[in-house]
Design a binder for this molecule. Structure first.
Ligand SMILES: [Zn+2]
Ligand SMILES: [Zn+2]
Length: 273
């Protein structure tokens, strides 16, 4: 029996004879169900459709794993490599043997995690491939659509590996998180943010969303909480959920300035003429 994959968000569901009635991720107001109705697929069907893993070194010590052509939301995973073990972040719904081999070549995985439930994707498959623990924020763990005994929950912050810390920011989801990688960007520090902090096309701003597809903003309190949560950490670069865009340098200042501007709009203080 196949693992059922939602064609819109690529989250995985248990291997049963038939798929569920609905995708709980897509039925939520933060996502969307196609006007033509819910559609399901499988890893075999995606492979037959020509999808392949796309694995690239993003910077030294950081491996990116996407799919080409992209699947569903199209996020690419990141693997932070450390001497003590590796962490997988935001896996897309599609994976194949090539991706597993590449990760095995750099030492496998100690743990797998994600910024938020839209990007849990193939997280359980990756856990099974490497015997890796699945780290989910306690408040969002119920969103995992393919329950698994390897799940461990956390709250607040969690140092998964030396210099690699998960930070709960909230906002998009109550457990929306970023991963701080102290050694990234040549030691200047990196945040992996998914869409907890959303990098915009010019790579000189970030924004904040409750729902990206439905264009619903975050309230001021939530924006302030996201910024507060990452303030204790040193970082100069932000990788969002996709290969591009990336805030390559000056990320701390960009985050503070972008949050300030966003709040001016929320309050009606921004001149818009
Ligand atoms: Zn879905
Ligand atoms: Zn999302």
């Amino acid at each position: 029996m196949p693992v059922w994959i939602c064609a819109t968000c690529a989250n995985h569901y248990p291997d049963r004879e038939s798929p569920p009635q609905e995708c709980v991720i897509c039925s939520d107001e933060r996502q969307w169900v196609p006007s033509s109705g819910q559609r399901w697929t499988t890893a075999a069907e995606l492979a037959r459709g020509g999808h392949r893993s796309d694995v690239r070194e993003v910077e030294p010590g950081l491996l990116g794993i996407g799919a080409h052509p992209p699947v569903a939301i199209g996020q690419r995973a990141l693997v932070i490599k450390t001497p003590q073990g590796n962490l997988l972040w935001d896996p897309p719904g599609f994976l194949d043997e090539q991706a597993v081999t590449r990760v095995r070549d750099i030492g496998g995985l100690l743990a797998v995690t994600a910024s938020h439930p839209h990007f849990y994707g193939s997280i359980v498959e990756w856990s099974h491939a490497f015997g890796a623990g699945i780290l989910l924020p306690e408040v969002d763990a119920h969103w995992l659509t393919r329950p698994d005994p390897a799940v461990r929950t956390w709250s607040g912050s969690l140092e998964v590996l030396p210099g690699v810390t998960l930070v709960q920011c909230g906002g998009h989801f109550p457990g929306s998180a970023v991963a701080h990688w102290a050694d990234g960007a040549d030691g200047a520090g990196v945040l992996l943010t998914g869409d907890t902090i959303f990098v915009t096309p010019g790579e000189d701003r970030v924004t904040f969303v409750w729902s990206a597809p439905n264009r619903l903003p975050l309230p001021e309190r939530a924006v302030r909480e996201v910024v507060e949560a990452v303030r204790p950490y040193r970082f100069d670069r932000i990788y969002g959920g996709w290969w591009q865009p990336v805030v390559r340098t000056g990320a701390r200042e960009i985050l503070e300035a972008s949050a300030g501007r966003y709040i001016e709009f929320l309050r009606g203080d921004a001149a818009v003429d």
